[in-house]
Structure formats: structure tokens, C-alpha cells
Design a protein around this ligand. Structure first.
Ligand SMILES: NC(=O)c1ccc[n+]([C@@H]2O[C@H](COP(=O)([O-])OP(=O)(O)OC[C@H]3O[C@@H](n4cnc5c(N)ncnc54)[C@H](O)[C@@H]3O)[C@@H](O)[C@H]2O)c1
Length: 254
């Protein structure tokens, strides 16, 4: 298990699902965690769970679409913990639809949260990471950042954009000792999915492993990539998808 003792980590979208699991996992490894979400009560609940498990946490409302909100979050985290070593820029939204049935408003919303929100998050956290002597940024993309889903046109576009952003940022920030990576989960059992994820469900069977992922499994990868043990990984888009993007059909049929 990685050791984050003495380190501070910021997590956006920490109010539920993957972000909450990651906040708990960072804290279990010794990090102080700034738990941020547009849902302040949900961020507070995550921070309470971290503290109940013996960890150190700060809860904070953030709207990742807003530059000053991102800056205020980083200022609060640094003020509370004295430093910032890693950021998990994970907040996101889902809107379903192909090109023809995604409204321009929904398309804008997807880009504003999923893509521009991460760009603004990077701009806010990088000065703090540099003050700490370097660090790591992990971004939540998706399996649909690698292979699009025709029923998720705007979402796929926003997540594809993240890969380009992460690759560019990795090059820009390498001289500052900051590694930047994306994770690309397949379906994960969180509130976002909104359809049946049980074993045997159509969504589960899309994945060669025959099931969806659990938030705690994604958190294992996030805490590894943000740690010094992953010191030679940057600019990567790492699938964590039960084989979904590796195969053209989910199961061998003979
Ligand atoms: N669940 C999946 O199947 C899956 C698969 C691949 C990628 N992802 C991505 O994982 C990330 C986390 O999603 P999740 O599955 O845990 O779902 P979730 O809905 O539980 O978590 C997303 C969180 O982001 C927050 N959020 C939304 N808009 C925000 C904003 N403007 N500012 C700050 N916070 C905001 C929400 O309040 C929520 O707590 C998202 O980026 C999502 O796109 C999810």
C-alpha cells in the first residue's frame, strides 16, 4: 500500500461514487484530503466518513466550471494542510444521446464540467503543486475516451478531449516535477449510471469480465498513479474497464 503520510490531496467530485472511494483510499494511506463537490452536503458526508475512519479531511463546495471557485478551493486546502501534493480532478456529469438527440445546451454542459472543469482545475492546482516541489494530477476520463459510444456523443467527446488535455499538460508540466495522467474506467456502480449494473445485466455483460467495476477498485488505481511508486508514468490514459476497450466482442463464442 502506498504511503501518503504528511501529504495532502485534493479530490473533486468527492461527494459520491469514485470520488468518495478515492478520498477514503487516500486517507487510509495517510493523506489529508480536501473533499470538494458542487453538492456541499455530500462533500461534508465524505469528509465525515474520512474522519470517522481516523483520517484528516476538509469539506468544501466547488463548482469546477468556475475559475474563482477552483482557486478558492486550492487556497482553502493549502491553508488547512500547508501544502498540496496531488489532485484527483474527477467531477463529471453524464448526459445521454447521440449527436442528433443531444441538445446544444446538454453538449455545452458536458464540455463545461467534464473538459473545461478539468482545465480550470489544473490551472488552480499547479501553482500549489509547484510550491510543494512537484506532484501528480489524475483525471477521470472514461472507456468512451478511447472508444466512443454512439449513444453518448457529447460525453464521449468531452472525455476524448480530456486525453488531449492530459497529454499536453504532461509535457508542459514534466519540467516542474508534475505528472499528469488519465484513468479510463468502464461502467462503475455509482449513482451516475442510473441503469441496472447487477451481474448478468446487459451493461455488466458488455465487459469481458462479465461485471461492472466497483468505486473501490478505481480508487486503488488512482492512489497508485498519484503516488511516487508510479514516478515514471505520465501522459498516460490507463484503461480500468474489465477488458471493454481491448476486445471487439465481449466473450469468445467459438
Ligand atoms: N460511473 C461510471 O460508470 C463512470 C465510468 C467512467 C467514468 N466515470 C467518471 O467518473 C467520474 C465520477 O463519477 P461517478 O461515477 O463517481 O458519479 P457521481 O455522480 O457519483 O460523481 C460525480 C460527482 O461530481 C459532482 N459534480 C457534478 N458537477 C460538478 C461541478 N460542476 N462541480 C463540482 N462537482 C460536480 C457531483 O455532485 C457528483 O458528486 C466522472 O467524471 C464520470 O464521468 C464514471
Amino acid at each position: 500500500m502506498q504511503d501518503y503520510t504528511g501529504k495532502a490531496v485534493l479530490v473533486t467530485g468527492a461527494g459520491g461514487g469514485i470520488g468518495r472511494a478515492a478520498a477514503l483510499a487516500f486517507a487510509a494511506r495517510g493523506a489529508a484530503v480536501a473533499c470538494a463537490d458542487i453538492d456541499a452536503a455530500a462533500a461534508g458526508e465524505t469528509a465525515a466518513q474520512v474522519e470517522a475512519a481516523g483520517g484528516r479531511a476538509l469539506a468544501r463546495a466547488v463548482d469546477v466550471r468556475d475559475e474563482s471557485s477552483n482557486l478558492a478551493l486550492v487556497e482553502a486546502a493549502e491553508a488547512a494542510f500547508g501544502r498540496l501534493d496531488a489532485a484527483f480532478l474527477n467531477a463529471g456529469i453524464l448526459r445521454r444521446g447521440g449527436v442528433m438527440d443531444t441538445s446544444p445546451e446538454d453538449f455545452d454542459a458536458l464540455i463545461a464540467v467534464n473538459l473545461k472543469g478539468v482545465y480550470l482545475g489544473m490551472r488552480a492546482v499547479v501553482p500549489a503543486l509547484r510550491r510543494a516541489g512537484g506532484g501528480a494530477i489524475v483525471v477521470t476520463a472514461s472507456s468512451v475516451a478511447l472508444r466512443a459510444d454512439a449513444a453518448l456523443a457529447g460525453y464521449s467527446a468531452s472525455k476524448h478531449g480530456l486525453i488531449g488535455l492530459v497529454q499536453a499538460a504532461a509535457g508542459e508540466m514534466a519540467p516542474w516535477g508534475i505528472r499528469v495522467n488519465a484513468i479510463c474506467p468502464g461502467a462503475v456502480a455509482t449513482g451516475m449510471v442510473g441503469i441496472d449494473t447487477s451481474p448478468g445485466s446487459p451493461l455488466a455483460l458488455l465487459h469481458p469480465l462479465g461485471r461492472v467495476g466497483q468505486p473501490s477498485e478505481i480508487a486503488e488505481l488512482v492512489t497508485f498513479i498519484a503516488s511516487d511508486a508510479a514516478g515514471f508514468i505520465t501522459g498516460a490514459a490507463l484503461p480500468i474497464d474489465g477488458g471493454l476497450t481491448a476486445l471487439t466482442s465481449p466473450r469468445f463464442r467459438g
